[in-house]
Design a protein around this ligand. Structure first.
Ligand SMILES: [Zn+2]
Length: 412
């Protein structure tokens, strides 16, 4: 057997074994099935949430972000707008789950002039009760989803909820608070946020969502007071002294009630605000808080890895990373295996909002990436197949189940 066929056989074996492993999907924004059953679909739903940003990067009107066409005429207009842009982004990683799902579930190779209308009609045909279960549970082997759509609890043991502090410490919420309580001080505002966290915990949430920019500047009570005075007089709330001080209070409360602090890092917009480097003093200051750090800090993957290495309370979550960049994920993960303990990694989170077929495709890509990394390390003599499989099972399931303390998802 040549080395080439050895590697191919190893990759295939790893893929087969992974297909039988239970999965805890550690991060989605997935709309529960009642929405799916009543929504009216069209092709643009496949371009949300991620491909649309690449389309804006090459000229699509940014006002169309998160605005699927409302009728047939708009569907036609939207397709005409993106027709010449699509070839510029269809080979990027964001586009890959869509194209895989298109092939697997619709038998189509690409989005075209000839099939975009029909595609919407066929998507509508997937609106039957049990579609989610068929794909997510039965086909993907997903045992549970850590979901973030605003609900603390989904009334369904398959989905656990979160408290989105990134949607709470924002200007409209602070204005609402000040309108209701014009004489309230900074401590009253912090108390209001703490009460919201208590309600989330009591309501069934198991994590709280932050962003690296939540910790952009060190907490400074005096500077926060000054900014609060300005905001009260009508100044806009910017990321800075006030927001960061409030997030610091929220984080302490999250630790006190025992929620996991999930923190977005990397990728979006001005990535200087999203650097994993911002989190080192935060993780160090809050030793009693368990941190679930998202997206490998892309593109700052090495710094992100050292958060997991250096701190017992920091875990690294590969949610979304596999489809931001396959190769960056593979290269970074191979490096991480040099220095990050194996108990620190959560392997998969789809980070999608609709169409369970997207999650299936994303999970396939995750398995492909892991097979690449493990096959090469096995061939380099760094570990054997059995140990690689034990580690993969920990990444897909055991690690997040243990860290989140999620009882009842263990496979029979
Ligand atoms: Zn997300």
């Amino acid at each position: 057997m040549t080395n080439g066929t050895t590697r191919e056989a190893l990759v295939r074996r790893l893929r087969d074994e992974m297909a039988a492993m239970p999965v805890l999907d550690t991060h989605e924004h997935f709309t529960p099935e009642p929405y799916h059953l009543t929504n009216r679909y069209n092709f643009y739903y496949w371009l949300m949430p991620y491909i649309q940003y690449d389309l804006v990067s090459v000229g699509m009107d940014p006002r169309h972000l998160w605005r699927p066409p409302a009728d047939e005429a708009e569907v036609d207009a939207r397709f005409r707008e993106i027709r010449d842009l699509w070839p510029l982004v269809r080979n990027n990683s964001y586009a890959r789950p869509f194209r895989m799902a298109l092939k697997e579930f619709y038998g189509e190779d690409d989005l075209t002039e000839a099939n975009y209308r029909e595609l919407g009609r066929r998507m509508d045909e997937t609106r039957y009760p049990g579609r989610y279960r068929e794909i997510l549970q039965e086909r993907c082997g997903i045992r549970g989803i850590l979901n973030q759509t605003g609900a603390f609890d989904y009334g369904d043991p398959f989905m656990r909820g979160s408290v989105g502090l990134v949607n709470r410490i924002v200007e409209p919420e602070i204005r609402k608070f000040l309108d209701a309580r014009p004489d309230a001080g900074l401590d009253d505002l912090a108390d209001d946020i703490r009460a919201h966290i208590d309600a989330a915990k009591a309501g069934g949430a198991i994590l709280a969502k932050f962003d690296a920019s939540s910790f952009l500047v060190p907490p400074d009570r005096k500077a926060a007071e000054a900014e609060f005075g300005e905001v009260r007089k009508g100044a806009p709330l910017r990321i800075g002294a006030l927001s960061c001080w409030l997030y610091e209070q929220a984080l302490a409360k999250v630790g006190e009630v025992g929620l996991v602090a999930a923190v977005h890092t990397g990728v979006w917009g001005d990535i200087n605000y999203k650097k994993p480097e911002l989190l080192f003093p935060v993780v160090e200051r809050h030793r009693n808080v368990t941190f679930d750090i998202y997206h490998m800090g892309m593109p700052y993957t090495a710094a992100c890895g050292f958060l997991g290495k250096n701190y017992p309370n920091a875990y690294l979550n590969l949610c979304w990373s596999h489809i931001v960049s396959e190769r960056m994920t593979v290269h970074a993960l191979d490096e991480w295996m040099d220095y990050v303990p194996m108990s620190k990694i959560f392997g998969f989170g789809g980070d999608f909002n609709t169409m369970p077929e997207n999650i299936w495709a994303h999970l396939e890509i995750a398995r492909e990436n892991f097979a690449e990394v493990m096959a090469d390390r096995i061939l380099r003599g760094r570990l054997d197949l059995d140990e690689a499989l034990r580690i993969l099972r920990a990444w897909f399931f055991d690690n997040p189940v243990r860290v989140y303390g999620w009882k009842g998802v263990e496979p029979a």
